[in-house]
Write a protein that binds this ligand. Structure first.
Ligand SMILES: *Cc1c(COP(=O)(O)O)cnc(C)c1O
Length: 398
C-alpha cells in the first residue's frame, strides 16, 4: 500500500506518524507546516443560492473552521478507525457534561464509577438530577457484576480508567459487554492514558473523551476538551454540541493541535519517569503504598497490562501515618513539585487529597495521608533529590 505523507490519510502509517501527518493540507496552508488560526464568526456565501442552500464548506464560526478541522483530523487519526467524529469543547468538564446530556433524557438512569473525576460527579448530582436523570455509583472494580445494577431505563455507563486520585482500574471490556447487551452506551473519560496508550473505542467504548487541558495540550496553558464517538453515538453527540452551542476559541484549538504533534514523545517520557519515580517511592520507608496500575503489585496491574500500552505520569501515594504539619512541611520544602490542580503539563506537581467525604459506593480509608503526584519532564534524579529534601523536612516536623 502506498502511503502519502502529510495529508493523504493513509491507513498504513502508525499512530506516532499520523500524529505528525494528519490534519495537514499543504495547499490550504500555502506551504506552511501549520494551519492558520481562523478567528471568525461570519462566513460569507458567494451567491444567494448558496446562502439559501447553506452550501459552503464552513457555515458559521461556532460550527468549525479549517483550524478546528485540522485538530479533529488528528484526533480521528489518534482514536483509530472506530472513531466517526470528534467534538470540541471549551474544557474537559464541558466535554463530559455535553456527553452526558447527549445520551440522557428525563426519566433515564446512568451508572457512574465511584472514582470518577469529582466535578463529573457534581454534574450528575447537580444538573442531571435536576433534569430527572438518576445516577447510581458503582465500585470501579465491579467487573461483569455491574449487571445487577442495571435498570430497564439505564442508558449509559461512565468509566474512568484508572479513576481520579485513587487509580483503581475498571475492566472496560467486561463492563462494555454487559452494557451493550442491555442497550446502554459506554462512555470513557480517557484523559489519563490518552488514546495513545488506551484505545477506548476499540475496547468497546462508544464515547471517549479527553480533558485536553492535560496531555493533549501538554503545556498547562489551555483549557480544552474533546469528545470522540463511534458511528452509533456520534449523531447524538454532534446534535447536542450544535444545540448547546459548544465550541472553543481558535487560539486554544491551535495550541491543542500543536500539543498533539509532540504527544507521543512527551507521553513516552512521562511513562518512563512516572514508573521510575513510582518504584523509587515504593521503596521509601515513609511511603506505605503507591497507587499506580503500572506497578506489578497494583490490584489493577493485570487489566492495565491487557488493555493499555503505557502509563502517563500521574499516580498517588499513601504515606505512613504522620501529622498534617509534617505533610505540609514536605509540601513547603519541595520546589520542583508545584502545588496546584490539573496535570498533564511538562512540569511536576504534588497535591494532598482525601476522597472519604464524597465517595458513596466504596470506602476510602487509606490509613495515612495521601498525595497525588504528576511526574513532569524534569530529570528524574533532580526529582528524587527534591523529594529527598521533602522527606527530610517531613521527618524533622514530626
Ligand atoms: C482535569 C480532568 C477533567 C476536567 O478537565 P478540565 O479541562 O479541567 O475541565 C476531567 N476528567 C479528568 C479525569 C480530569 O483529570
Amino acid at each position: 500500500m502506498k502511503s502519502s505523507g502529510a495529508d493523504g490519510k493513509p491507513t498504513s502509517q502508525r499512530t506516532e506518524t499520523r500524529l505528525v501527518t494528519a490534519g495537514r493540507d499543504r495547499d490550504a496552508q500555502k506551504g506552511f507546516v501549520n494551519p492558520a488560526v481562523f478567528h471568525g464568526s461570519t462566513v460569507l456565501y458567494p451567491t444567494a443560492e448558496d446562502l439559501h442552500a447553506h452550501r459552503a464548506e464552513y457555515t458559521y464560526g461556532r460550527h468549525g473552521s479549517p483550524t478546528t478541522r485540522a485538530l479533529q483530523d488528528v484526533m480521528m487519526a489518534l482514536e483509530g478507525p472506530q472513531c466517526a467524529g470528534v467534538g470540541i469543547a471549551p474544557s474537559g468538564l464541558a466535554a463530559i457534561s455535553t456527553t452526558l446530556l447527549s445520551v440522557t433524557k428525563a426519566g433515564d438512569h446512568i451508572l457512574v464509577c465511584d472514582n470518577v473525576y469529582r466535578p463529573s460527579r457534581n454534574f450528575c448530582n447537580g444538573v442531571l438530577a435536576r433534569y430527572g436523570v438518576e445516577t447510581t455509583y458503582f465500585d470501579p472494580q465491579i467487573g461483569a457484576a455491574i449487571e445487577k445494577l442495571f435498570k430497564p431505563n439505564t442508558k449509559a455507563v461512565l468509566v474512568e480508567a484508572p479513576g481520579s486520585q485513587t487509580f483503581e482500574m475498571p475492566d472496560i471490556p467486561a463492563i462494555a459487554e454487559v452494557a451493550h447487551a442491555r442497550g446502554a452506551l459506554v462512555i470513557d473519560d480517557n484523559t489519563w492514558a490518552t488514546p495513545l496508550f488506551h484505545r477506548s473505542l476499540e475496547l468497546g467504548v462508544d464515547i471517549s473523551m479527553q480533558a485536553a487541558t492535560k496531555y493533549i495540550g501538554g503545556h498547562s496553558d489551555i483549557m480544552f476538551g474533546t469528545i470522540s464517538a463511534n458511528a452509533k453515538a456520534w449523531p447524538m453527540v454532534a446534535e447536542t454540541i450544535r444545540l448547546l452551542g459548544v465550541c472553543a476559541g481558535p487560539d486554544d484549538v491551535f495550541l491543542a493541535l500543536r500539543g498533539t504533534r509532540t504527544l507521543a514523545v512527551r507521553l513516552a517520557q512521562h511513562h518512563r519517569s512516572g514508573l521510575e519515580m513510582a518504584r523509587w517511592l515504593a521503596a521509601r520507608p515513609e511511603v506505605a503504598r503507591v497507587l499506580h496500575p503500572g506497578l506489578e503489585s497494583d490490584p489493577g496491574h493485570a487489566i492495565w497490562k491487557r488493555d493499555f500500552t503505557g502509563a502517563s505520569g500521574l499516580f498517588s501515594i499513601v504515606l505512613e501515618p504522620v501529622p498534617q504539619k509534617a505533610v505540609d512541611a514536605l509540601l513547603d520544602t519541595v520546589t520542583l513539585f508545584g502545588m496546584g490542580f490539573s496535570w498533564g503539563g511538562f512540569e511536576s506537581l504534588i497535591i494532598p487529597f482525601d476522597c472519604e467525604g464524597y465517595r458513596t459506593a466504596t470506602k476510602w480509608s487509606p490509613g495515612g495521608p495521601a498525595l497525588r503526584l504528576h511526574i513532569g519532564l524534569e530529570n528524574v534524579d533532580d526529582l528524587k533529590a527534591d523529594l529527598d529534601r521533602g522527606f527530610a523536612a517531613l521527618k524533622a516536623a514530626q
